[in-house]
Design a protein around this ligand. Structure first.
Ligand code: DMJ
Length: 666
């Protein structure tokens, strides 16, 4: 049995004659087997060590043998970076030692984050372009690079052109969005400034004088405003003017046929200045929500400008409320077609629907009128200022330049000019009707521009010199007046309208060359005195529409149609300006005389009315409360009895309808 099993390892087999001889022991003993295994294991361990452990041991030995030797013996050490670490500069930066982050890891992370952000943004942009332009990209693959025309010329592919156009459009949109943002910012700033102004001007206390007597006079004037306003609100709301006795609305031909709330717009800044807050708010709401300017007939460019555009602009200037600016722009834009004449001198009338302009039939062969076309500058310059659109200023500047270049007979400006030919009409010169506010606007343009408008300044002082040379007259009784010139003959008459010139000459003295200042201030005073005399000589103590200097009668109306008083402001305007310039109390006294006379003769239960004859002690009312009574007459009186620095003439110019516009500060 044992032989049949055979040896596992025949280690010691013996042979006799080539035949294996069976020995006594054929296998290894167990102890021997263990030894063989052990030897094998030792051998395997040695092999393993030779491969994996020896190099490390060798390196450590080498490393130990060169420690302490200069670092650059074999290889230069890495350069020490100056890295800001806690405790100061210097030192090798080790990863995550002392809580410091490994900059390499950090940089990698940042770079990765940045790339991801960029990818995201690009993806977004691609999506946006694809959404809007998917039809462009669909054909992209198949489209030829360029197209060839019949002559073999290559052109950009239409799809490329379309795409470029699309991108241009996109740029434009972005620009528009930016502009809108800038505009919003501008509005925000304007509103802020307005709020500051509002705090300054919007209470009845503002401008209140210390003197009890003057304060009472001022309060009386404000009560007059309340009466005039209340009557209008009650009986004529939305109409142009009030008929205070008939209790209905009224519209003079200058307004055309439609009701445009002239009294509201002409009177609103007076309500504001007087601190009549509730009334102001009511007027403001009407302007914002009910006022539409859509007259079906021809309108007077001048009247609409000075009352409507002027009233709205001034309320905007006082309050900063955008609604007034918007409406002013809307109306001014309707007036612009009037300037479409060969010379740029506007027509007196314009149809706001068709844009057709024309002149008054009675005005010297189709002429435009000096006081009308010459009294647009303040409003239009201010419009350009607040809108940033130069077109308004350009229109009126053109008018200025045409006039500046004209030949002026004796240095004077005739009242009529043909807007087509640019030739003067009839030779009639006047500081009253038809000429008046042209001169006023020259001076005030200069003041309003922050004394920058040199052309206006020169034209004003040249004109005033010519007037003082040719038109100013002295009467035997010692009065000074400014007569009209008709075909080189002086007409010895002065219009009530011309009485504004006392204040204008006085104001002009402030900006005149030093050698002329006294002369102009004195002349302003003299004219104002003459106008007061015209009031003083009547039974009502109210002045006539025009007064003459003939024979012994001086400053008296001679003709029946010159004897009316329609609540005009010009004489009171000069009292106010001369008071501010001289502080001579006679001007306040004269103003108070006018208040008493108006209250005595013009006041009716529901407002104020003009009177037909200032010389008649029993008055006859004309039953019209003119809008300029609220805009001008009452405003000037209120300012006359207010503190001197309230609505200072250094800060404001009043347009010819007494609407204040701000002086530009550089
Ligand atoms: C007002 O409308 C203006 O003052 C204009 O300049 C002429 N006159 C009236 C008031 O009298």
């Amino acid at each position: 049995m044992a032989a049949s099993r055979g040896p596992i390892l025949p280690l010691n087999q013996r042979y006799v004659n080539g035949i294996p001889v069976v020995s006594g022991r054929q296998t290894l003993r167990t102890r021997e087997k263990y030894i063989v295994c052990l030897i094998f294991l030792v051998f395997a361990s040695l092999c393993y060590s030779a491969f994996f452990l020896m190099p490390e041991l060798m390196r450590d030995r080498v490393s130990m043998s060169i420690s302490g030797v200069s670092g650059d013996l074999l290889l230069p050490p890495p350069k020490l970076e100056e890295v800001a670490v806690e405790g100061g500069l210097g030192g090798n930066l080790h990863h995550r030692i002392n809580g410091l982050e490994d900059i390499h890891i950090k940089e990698d992370q940042d770079r990765l984050a940045y790339q991801m952000e960029q990818e995201k943004a690009l993806d977004k942009a691609r999506q946006a372009v694809n959404i809007e332009n998917n039809k462009h990209s669909v054909d992209e693959v198949n489209k030829p690079a360029a197209v060839e025309d019949n002559n073999g010329n290559k052109h950009e592919h239409p799809e490329d052109i379309k795409k470029e156009l699309f991108l241009v459009e996109k740029d434009k949109e972005q620009m528009k969005a930016l502009e809108e943002k800038a505009e919003e910012k501008r509005k925000e700033i304007e509103m802020k400034m307005a709020a500051e102004k509002r705090d300054k001007y919007f209470t009845q206390k503002d401008g209140e004088p210390d003197d009890a007597d003057i304060k009472e006079k001022r309060d009386t004037v404000r009560d007059m405003m309340v009466r005039a306003w209340d009557g209008y609100v009650k009986y004529a709301w939305g109409a142009n003017e009030l008929k205070p006795i008939s209790h209905t609305g009224h519209s003079a031909s200058i307004f055309g046929r439609s009701a445009m709330g002239a009294t509201i717009i002409d009177g609103i800044d007076t309500l504001y200045i007087m601190g009549l807050q509730d009334d102001y708010q009511k007027a403001r709401n009407w302007v914002a929500h009910s006022f539409t300017f859509n007259p079906p007939s021809d309108i007077s460019v001048f009247e609409v400008n000075i009352r409507f555009v002027g009233g709205l602009l001034s309320t905007f200037a006082l309050t900063g409320d955008e609604v007034f600016k918007t409406k002013a722009v809307e109306i001014a834009d309707r007036l612009l077609p009037a300037f479409n004449t060969p010379t740029g001198i506007p027509y007196g009338l314009v149809n706001s629907k068709t844009g057709n302009g024309r002149n008054w039939g009675w005005a010297s062969g189709g002429s435009s009128i000096l006081a009308e076309y010459g009294s647009m500058h303040l409003e239009f310059a201010y419009l350009s200022e607040i809108t940033g659109d130069p077109k308004y200023l350009q229109k009126v500047q053109k008018v200025r330049e045409v006039l500046n270049n004209m030949n002026k007979p004796d240095g004077l400006y005739p009242n009529y000019i043909n807007p087509k030919t640019g030739r003067w009409g009839q030779n009639h010169v006047s500081i009253g009707a038809l000429g008046d506010s042209f001169y006023e606007y020259l001076l005030k343009s200069y003041i309003m521009s922050g004394q920058k408008d040199e052309m206006a300044k020169k034209m004003y002082y040249d004109a005033v010199e010519a007037i003082s040379r040719r038109l100013v007259q002295k009467t035997p009784g010692g009065l000074t007046y400014i007569g009209d010139l008709r075909s080189s003959r002086i007409e010895k008459k002065m219009d009530h309208l011309g009485c504004f010139s006392g204040g204008m000459l006085g104001l002009g003295s402030k900006y005149a060359s030093p050698n002329l200042q006294e002369k102009y201030l004195e002349l302003g005073g003299e004219i104002t005195k003459t106008c007061h005399t015209a009031y003083d000589k009547t039974a009502t103590k109210l002045g006539p529409e025009a007064f003459r200097f003939e024979g012994k009668s001086e400053a008296v109306a001679m003709r029946q149609n010159e004897k009316y008083y329609i609540l005009r402001p010009e004489v009171i305007e000069s009292y106010f300006v001369m008071w501010r310039l001289t502080k001579d109390t006679k001007y306040r006294d004269w103003g108070w005389e006018a208040v008493e006379a108006i209250n005595k003769h013009c006041r009716v239960p529901d407002g104020f009315s003009g009177i037909r004859d200032v010389y008649a002690s029993k008055v006859s009312h004309d039953d019209v409360q003119q809008s300029f009574f609220l805009a001008e007459t009452l405003k000037y009186l209120y300012l006359l009895f207010s503190d001197n620095d309230f609505m200072s003439l250094d800060d404001w110019v009043l347009n010819t309808e007494a609407h204040p516009l701000p002086v530009k500060k550089s």
